[in-house]
Design a protein around this ligand. Structure first.
Ligand code: ADP
Ligand code: MG
Length: 225
């Protein structure tokens, strides 16, 4: 990491790789939790899917560790699409592939690049899954996160603070899925019975953004005297 202007973090590809490793760790640790959420309104595989997908990602990362951030993120997306079935794999796969396109060729990500990547990820999920806000999906965690990140950067916050706000917004978005009636994916088959349960995909989205905020915080702290 280098600090450019007043405490502005930039994320190197090495740090991006570290972040992806941490995402895999957190998904492994939350495998049962995510699966139990999916047991209530789906088919009890979301934690298994995400863990399997990110294990496949970890196996692929060594082959791209010298590449640009775009190539790394696209590789993550392809690994997810090709190893995870159901809705989650293609949706997260598209998200990472689109994020990769947004930062193609870059070896260092500035705060605006992180915003562009997350925004592209969200647009990818919406393009692929056609979910609206309020349909009780990962879109309900990702949308407030991207909005909070954009707002914080516009207001002059550094990346660490902006990602912290994005994680807080994603957490709120995740909790807000509890009273929602599912309109997309397997949970929608339950109709009214989907009400009262937290959406698994919104939960994994929150966990991934939480990792981004934690990694940024860690890098920032390391740099401070
Ligand atoms: P599956 O539903 O095929 O078993 P997962 O269990 O891995 O796949 O993922 C379920 C999650 O996928 C849901 O909790 C929801 O957040 C998300 N999801 C499902 N359909 C859509 C969609 N059309 N758009 C966005 N997210 C969706
Ligand atoms: Mg499922």
């Amino acid at each position: 990491m280098t600090i450019t202007r007043s405490e502005e973090l930039t994320i190197t590809t090495k740090e991006l790789l570290m972040c992806l490793h941490k995402m895999a760790e957190v998904l492994e640790a939350n495998r049962e939790y995510l699966t139990s959420l999916d047991a209530a309104i789906g088919d009890a595989d979301h934690g298994i899917n995400m863990d399997r997908g990110f294990k496949a990602v970890l196996a692929k990362l060594p082959s791209v560790e010298d590449k640009d951030a775009g190539t790394i993120l696209k590789t993550v997306g392809v690994a997810l699409v090709s190893t995870v079935g159901g809705a989650g794999g293609p949706l997260y796969g598209t998200a990472f592939m689109q994020a990769g396109m947004a930062v193609a060729g870059k070896y260092e990500l500035e705060p605006q690049d992180v915003l562009a990547a997350l925004d592209a990820a969200l647009k990818g999920v919406v393009m692929r899954g056609k979910a609206d806000l309020g349909d009780k999906t990962m879109v309900d965690a990702l949308t407030p996160a991207v909005n909070a990140l954009r707002r914080a950067l516009e207001n002059g916050s550094g990346l660490t603070e902006a990602l912290e706000q994005a994680a807080a917004a994603a957490e709120q978005g995740m909790k807000d899925t509890i009273p929602m009636l599912a309109k997309k994916g397997r949970a929608s088959y339950l109709g009214e019975r989907s009400i009262g349960h937290q959406d698994p995909g919104a939960t994994s989205s929150y966990l991934l953004i939480r990792v981004m905020a934690d990694v940024a915080r860690e890098l920032q702290t390391q740099q401070e005297p």
